[in-house]
Design a protein around this ligand. Structure first.
Ligand code: COA
Length: 570
């Protein structure tokens, strides 16, 4: 694919290489958006304090779960992994691979509270970090969790990480240390489209899209696990630690009676010298990660100019400290939240160029910069009116035309639309069409989208605000977020009524509300991987910066062919 630009009246054909240099010479237009100076008003203090108390409880839960997942499969399994098997823990592997501590972990709480138990971090760590300055996606099995075997949630998490790599064109690095499928749940892992085999399919498709696939064999790659390194473009294998085979020594003994060591059956020597399944032999783990860093250096990317990085570091900070966001994280819907208060605590210099400020006021739209990245912000507080939805459609399409990434701050309303009068019915019908219009605008916008659920994620408005089904590049939840079709206390009117005794209705409603209370928490949602993780409100600006940097990396690729995604084919 070649791109053309018009210069001095002639069509100048640019090779991919010269495109890269044009990109690097670009300079953003100067901007001086108005400052949103919105301190916490005394009248809002009691709401702020109540939100703060709720945030503090959510934070304790967050820390408690973080501690739990950091222990992986527990002390015994860690001792077996590090002492008997002489392997490094995932966090130490990443420390050797990455440039620094900057690592955007995805969905650390995935796997907690599932019907088949707690699977810490779904048995694998995924996230995005930098090697030699280049953002890469990492998918690393945690062998302390049942030998790194894949549960259904593990497969889902790995596929999501591959999707992130595909959508954002990030090299994908697999640290394989897995006993293959978790056999008791094999029927939920093996046969369907988005199950085990999809990972290998994705590797092939991503590679065809020129998204590099690199694998490090730093443990068992048994059965299905064997195909992750063999499908990769380049693989490194660690001596005495890495093994690749379809069936291990016990299976060979059972089938043929032959005794064979793992090393002779499928060790690093065999696969680097005889089968050719891997490309690099490493004597120890450290050497394997050095080798991987060198492999990344061979990718056809260039980094941003230093001045560009420096310019980004010189940005104005918001007027208020990020901790204030903890008091703005809504505890419930009894008090409305002015989304401008959140926006001005996230944007450079608290600046915001509002769009259609006087129209459809239940939705806030406008332009801002986050660490120098120009973004279109779409933030709501509760139900979106007909006008708000039209405004949203307009703004989303506008950003799409201008190639500006969208950031959605979602706080959608809890209750179902009530139709108590013909007038109300007409209002609802009009809203329906406007909702469809905004959903269509969001679905069709080809610009990157990032969604942060800062309060409620309920009903159809959650789709208009770019919920998971609308394929944002990233979707995060604040710990106070609630995710359900209807919210707590709002289910009553939708449940079938006995029509006679209100006591009977209460009996139906109470267990329903209890269930909803449990099933709508951010932690329940994140355990099931309906998002890319829970982030602390005070970290939101940093997470948005990382996401925007990650999304923007694509422009530094020298070869731009085949950036179309076959994975997005239905
Ligand atoms: N399904 C379910 N559980 C498995 C498993 C599998 N495929 N592979 C390992 N486990 C469990 C073990 O039962 C053990 O559970 P426990 O801690 O409750 O006792 C735990 O994972 C760790 O296994 P263990 O064998 O004690 O650890 P190890 O470090 O010595 O070896 C493996 C890890 C993965 C190399 C080894 O367990 C193995 O070869 N497993 C079989 C792999 C296989 O045949 N997979 C086929 C999948 S189709």
């Amino acid at each position: 694919m070649h791109r053309y630009i018009a210069r001095h009246g002639e069509q100048l054909r640019l090779s991919s290489r010269s495109m890269g240099s044009v990109v690097r010479r670009r300079r953003a237009l100067p901007s001086a958006f108005p400052v949103l100076d919105l301190p916490i008003q005394p009248i809002f203090r009691h709401v702020f304090e109540a939100n703060l108390r709720n945030s503090s409880a959510c934070q304790s839960k967050y820390m408690e779960l973080m501690e739990k997942v950091r222990k992986g499969g527990g002390e015994k399994a860690i001792a077996r992994h590090t002492q008997r098997n002489r392997k490094l823990l995932v966090k130490d592997r990443l420390r050797l691979l990455l440039d620094n501590e900057d690592f955007l972990e995805l969905s650390p709480f995935a796997g907690l509270g599932l019907p088949y138990g707690d699977i810490p971090s779904a048995g694998c760590l995924t996230g995005i970090g930098r090697i030699n300055g280049l953002w890469c996606v990492f998918i690393a099995n945690d062998a302390t969790v049942k030998g790194g075997t894949a549960y259904p949630i593990t497969v889902k998490k790995q596929l999501r990480a591959q999707e992130v790599a595909t959508q954002n064109h990030l090299p994908c690095i697999y640290l394989v240390d897995s006993g293959g499928a978790f056999l008791p749940l094999q029927s939920e892992i093996f046969p369907d489209k988005n199950q085990g085999g999809r990972m290998f399919y994705n590797e092939a498709i991503m590679s065809a899209m020129k998204i590099p696939q690199v694998s490090v064999v730093c443990g068992s790659c048994t059965a299905g696990g064997a195909y992750v390194p063999t499908m990769a473009e380049e693989a490194v294998m660690v001596h005495r630690i890495g093994t690749i085979f379809l069936g291990g020594p016990p299976l060979v003994k059972a089938a043929t009676g032959e005794e064979v060591t793992p090393e002779n059956l499928g060790g690093a020597r065999l696969h680097s010298e005889v089968s050719g399944c891997v490309d690099h032999f490493a004597l120890e783990e450290k050497e394997a990660y050095e080798c991987t860093r060198n492999i990344i250096s061979t990718l056809n990317f260039q980094l941003p100019e230093e001045e560009e990085e420096e310019e980004r570091n010189r940005v104005e900070e918001p007027l208020y400290g990020p901790e204030e966001l903890l008091g703005l994280a809504p505890r419930n819907y009894n008090h409305s939240l002015n989304p401008r208060m959140v926006v001005c605590r996230l944007t450079d210099g608290s600046r915001f160029q509002e769009f259609k400020a006087r129209y459809g006021t239940t939705l806030l739209t406008g332009f801002a910069k986050i660490h120098g990245h120009l973004v279109g912000m779409v933030a709501n507080d509760g139900e979106l009116s007909h006008e708000a939805l039209l405004k949203g459609s307009h703004f989303v399409q506008l950003c799409d035309r201008r190639d500006i990434p969208l950031v959605f701050l979602q706080n959608t309303a809890p209750g179902p639309m009530e139709t108590l009068s013909p007038n109300q019915a007409e209002v609802n019908s009009n809203r329906l069409k406007a909702q469809a219009s905004m959903m269509s605008a969001v679905a069709c916008a080809s610009v990157p989208k990032i969604t942060v659920v800062i309060g409620g994620c309920h009903g159809v408005d959650s789709y208009t605000m770019c919920g998971r089904a609308f394929d944002p590049n990233f979707l995060f939840l604040w710990p106070n977020a609630r995710v359900s079709i209807v919210a707590l206390g709002h289910g009553g009117s939708t449940l079938p009524s006995s029509g006679e005794d209100s006591e009977d209705d209460k009996e139906v409603e109470e267990p329903w509300n209890e269930r909803l209370a449990e099933e709508s928490t951010a932690f329940f949602a994140s355990g099931r991987l309906w998002d890319d993780g829970i982030i602390q409100p005070q970290d939101t600006r940093k997470v948005l910066r990382d996401c925007l940097d990650i999304i923007g990396q694509r422009q530094y690729r020298l070869s731009t062919e085949n950036l179309r995604s076959p994975l997005l084919r239905i």
